[in-house]
Every structure is written in structure tokens, then in C-alpha cells.
Design a binder for this molecule. Sequence first.
Ligand code: S3P
Length: 433
Amino acid sequence: MSSIIASESRRLEGSIQVPGDKSISHRAVILGAISVGESKILRLLEGEDVLATVAAFRTMGVQMSGPRDGSLKINGVGLNGLTKPASPLDMGNSGTAMRLLAGLLAGQAFPATLTGDASLRQRPMERIMTPLGQMGADLTAADGKPPLAINPVSRLKGISYRLPMASAQVKSSILLAGLYAKGSTEIQESTPTRDHTERMIAGFTGRRWEPGSPIQVKSGLILRGQRITVPGDISSAAFFLVAAVLCPGSDVTLCGIGINPTRAAVLEILNLMGANIEICERRQESGEPLCDLRVRSQGLQGIDVPRGLVANAIDEFPVLAIAAAGADGTTRIREATELRFKESDRINAVVEGLGNLGISAVEYEDGMDIIGGRFRSGTIDSRGDHRIAMAFAVAGCCSNGSVVVNDCQNIATSFPGFVETGCALGMHLVEKL
Ligand code: S3P
């Protein structure tokens, strides 16, 4: 799929599921692969990013069957059972796969190289190279960008590290290296980031970990195969939350969505803007909280996004910007510089895209101001960024005309079936090859 034509939609209705959470899916594959015994993962996201992680472990000798209909069986090889890959591991578009695998590979007895597509080869890796280097790892990358070459060292050593930026990928990379390090590895973060790695390591090692307690791994841990059901991805659900809020007369339920508090700030931000999102049927599965989300259309007001919510809604800002554009008044987003280091520079891509649809937006180094208005018809270059593409498809459905979004093939990295799912709710989305 290279383009989507999205046009005025009214009254979205129905009850749907979205694919499994991307962050949790990556971690389930990684921890399943280095555990002792069999793991069974259900509702795994079969998006290209996670499939790149699956392929990497197959290349390193891990036998898996699936994924088929979201189910993946992994024959774990134990902490030291991976084998040397015969060729560079291609992580495609996935920053998470590259950074998490870099930490894991830093502790192996064989060399490996991680590479990726043109977008991933532009993304910064010093953020993991610095702490992994302090642990004694041998990583090289020209200009701090992939390909990333990792050479074996005799033994990593544990460190205590304060994260200089809010990044769960950096935290997780260090924790995975810590599984192979002498002594204890501890991380302090000024802003809590998604804690799926902490929760899942606790599950695989049979220990307790409460949010807010020290983030730490020690040498000598043994991981044992688990059965994991992945919750629906709140980052994917966010596109339909915003579409339903903005399309008059809508009433939509999104079933089985993960609402880990380190991921759910998108709900708080939309509620502060005046949205009407009901949390129903709260439950817990595989160490993660989930629920059904019922959302009805509602007029929104612009807000100053509380800075404390930014890190926990970082992936939702492209679609939150669409909500802001459909709100009355101005929305101000600050302290969100990390948006510049995603699959595209999302501050620049959003401001440019909104401008193409007649919405005034001002770019700042660390964020943007968006002045609410009405979307007019126009064309968007998604820059190959899945979330930019899906966010502007939502904008097209909330316009009085139609929006052509180009370069949409990477939607398959996180949300295969996005168009079909949106159409099932009544969104007017047409794919063009
Ligand atoms: C992710 C962490 C976030 C997020 C990314 C997935 C993860 O990145 O943007 O989509 O799975 O750990 P940072 O940790 O770099 O902010």
C-alpha cells in the first residue's frame, strides 16, 4: 500500500480489537528466546517491526513456530544458547528492535552487526553506546548511527546509570545487557518511562516487581518459558480514539487495550481536552493491566499539555496533534524534543502536514503550537513514518473533503490491517497501490 485516500466520515460506530502491543511483543520474543523451555505468545503483533525481531532470533538459532493468527511458540535456548548469526541482522524500521538487541548482543560470546532501513540508519545510537560502553561492551557505529558492530568482550560489568533522557529503549537495552553482566545493574530515571521490560523480566524470573521500586537486574538470573497474552496496543487504539472523538455522532468501543500507567497518558491528555473516554472492564493479563475503552464524539478545547505527561504519550503526539487541530483554541506541546528522533522528525512532519491541510501550527525546537481550525483537502507526505501516515488518515476522515496520504507502506510495521479496521468503524479510507 503506498497511498491512502481518507475522506469525510460521519458517525463511527462499532466494537473492535486492535493488534497486539508492539513494545510488549518485542520483549516477549526476546525474553522467550533467552529463557529455558517453551514460551507461548498469544496476540503477538504480526507487524514488520516485530517480525524483524523474530527473524533475528531465528538467524541466531532459536526455533519458533508461527507466528500464525497471533500465536508464536518459542523454544527458548537459555541465556547462553544463542549462536553467531551468519549475516548482519536487519532490524528494518525498528528502533526498539535495534536498541534492545544491541544490549542483549553486547553480552554474547560472538560478534554481530545490526543494520536497518534508510530511516533506522539515521537514528542516534550513542544513547545506548555510552552506557553499554561503561559496562565494558565493544560497540562501533560510524557517526553514532547504524550499522552497529558488536564484538564480544570477556565479561560485562554492572553499572548504576541515570538516564539522561526519557527512553524506555535505552533502559531496556541496559537491563538486557545487565542479564549478562557481573554484579548488579541499576537504572534511575527522572521521568518514568514504559516499564514493560521490568514487568516481563519479573514474570520470566518468577520475582515480584512493583512500579516505582528500584529498576535493577543481577547476574545469575534464570528465565523460564512463559505463556504471555499481549494486550491491544494503546498507541494503535489512539488513532480510533481521536477519529471517534472528532467525527460527530460516533460511539466506538476498543476491546482489550493495554492501559499500563506508563502508556496511558494519551487518555489523560484527551480527557483534559474534554473527551469522553470511559474505561470499562478493567482486568490484568500477563502482568499488564488492560480494559475496554468506550469513546463518543465530543467537542474538544485546546490545552497546554502538562509536561509530566509528555514521555508517557510520546508515540501518540502525531494523532494528538490531529485532535488539537480539531479543537477550539490553541494547544501547546513542549519538552517533546524526543519527537525529532523517531521514525521521522515528527515535530517538523506534523507542522508541515497540518499546514498542507490549512491548519496553523508553529514549530519550536522542543514542540509545537497548534491552532484549532477546520481541515481542508490536501496531500501529505508521511515521510515513510507509520504514525504520521495513520494520523493524517484520521485527519482526512475528519475533514470536509479528502486527504491523500502518500508513502504509507510502513503502516505495516505497527498496524497491519489499519485500513480494514478503520473501514469497519465507518472511516472512509481507500488504499491505492
Ligand atoms: C519504545 C519506547 C519509546 C517509543 C517506541 C517504543 C519501547 O521510545 O517511542 O515506539 O518499546 O521501548 P524511546 O524509549 O526511545 O522514547
